[in-house]
Design a protein around this ligand. Structure first.
Ligand SMILES: *[C@@H]1O[C@H](CO)[C@@H](O)[C@H](O)[C@H]1NC(C)=O
Ligand SMILES: *[C@@H]1O[C@H](CO)[C@@H](O)[C@H](O)[C@H]1NC(C)=O
Ligand SMILES: *[C@@H]1O[C@H](CO)[C@@H](O)[C@H](O)[C@H]1NC(C)=O
Ligand SMILES: *[C@@H]1O[C@H](CO)[C@@H](O)[C@H](O)[C@H]1NC(C)=O
Ligand SMILES: *[C@@H]1O[C@H](CO)[C@@H](O)[C@H](O)[C@H]1NC(C)=O
Length: 254
């Protein structure tokens, strides 16, 4: 509904956006962007109604906003770097996502992302990174910190094997590299049994993934939640549920 292209020093604040036909707001090829105090509203079941899409942009700060849509609250696409996101109340929606990256063999690069002090209420995902098999490039140096969850279906998810529609993903031998990703200070409830999903591909895996100070429990008090892990390498400490493929470090976390 509202697209900014080559808009350096953009300041956007205080608006309410309701029921866009597709994405509500797009930021492309812009540097030094500050977005705050927005309210974005669309129904849970409205397809492709992303809240804010960022692509090819640097030094972007998105904060103090309430976003509820039928798709990602915020999605960071290729060329996004030095992005800070803080105090976003997300829900309903598909969470805050890096990606999807590398569709149809594309090169994609996202780095230096810091998401903090956000809440996810009734969302399909919380913190998510998704890349297509066959792509190249990287998603690296990404932190999610101090995240509150309320009945979030997939609170923590790295999906390096993201594939949907008519794509021959099984044959691909390349991947967008995922490295230096930190999830810390997550607490609250999960609507699925699989609270943490690290699904990395067998070719490159995901490197230096760190989970610290996580406590995710089921919305149903008697139920347990679990973490699943494919080809992810890194460390974890003080994490419930435990993540079997990550090492418990010998040195303390800072
Ligand atoms: C980002 O820039 C690249 C290269 O100029 C372009 O091909 C791509 O379409 C842009 N992506 C988006 C989502 O705007
Ligand atoms: C990682 O990202 C953070 C947050 O954007 C940034 O401050 C830091 O300098 C980056 N680190 C490296 C090694 O690039
Ligand atoms: C954690 O995030 C919440 C907002 O979700 C904020 O109110 C709180 O101050 C943050 N805590 C810390 C230690 O920064
Ligand atoms: C979550 O959303 C529901 C439905 O909108 C609302 O009733 C509830 O108060 C919210 N919970 C929190 C913790 O924000
Ligand atoms: C995790 O959170 C639950 C629910 O708030 C609490 O009962 C439990 O003691 C916490 N566990 C840890 C290890 O902090």
């Amino acid at each position: 509904a509202l697209q900014f292209h080559r808009c350096d020093h953009l300041r956007l604040s205080g608006l309410t956006h309701i029921n866009s036909p597709r994405s509500h707001i797009g930021i492309g090829t812009s540097n030094d962007v500050d977005i705050s105090h927005l309210t974005i509203i669309a129904p849970d079941e409205s397809p492709n109604t992303d809240g804010i899409n960022v692509a090819n942009s640097t030094y972007v700060y998105i904060h103090d906003s309430k976003i509820g849509t039928g798709d990602d609250c915020i999605a960071l696409s290729t060329g996004s770097s030095n992005v800070r996101i803080a105090k976003i109340a997300c829900g309903p929606g598909h969470g805050i996502s890096v990606g999807s990256l590398g569709e149809d063999g594309a090169y994609a690069a996202v780095e230096n992302v810091y998401v903090r002090d956000c809440s996810f209420n009734g969302t399909q995902n919380g913190a998510r990174i998704k890349t297509w098999p066959g792509g190249s490039g990287y998603a690296r140096n990404i932190t999610f910190e101090n995240i509150t969850l309320t009945a979030t279906k997939n609170p923590i998810i790295i999906d390096q094997q993201y594939c949907n529609g008519a794509h021959d993903c099984a044959k691909q031998s390349k991947a967008v590299l995922v490295s230096n990703v930190r999830f810390t200070g997550f607490r609250g409830t999960c609507g699925n049994e699989e609270a943490i999903k690290l699904d990395c591909n067998r070719i490159s895996g995901c490197q230096n993934i760190e989970l610290v100070k996580i406590n995710i429990t089921s919305t149903v008090p008697s139920k347990k939640v679990y973490a699943s892990c494919n080809n992810a390498k890194g460390n974890s400490g003080s994490t419930v549920p435990t993540v079997s493929c990550l090492k418990y470090p010998t040195r303390p976390f800072i």
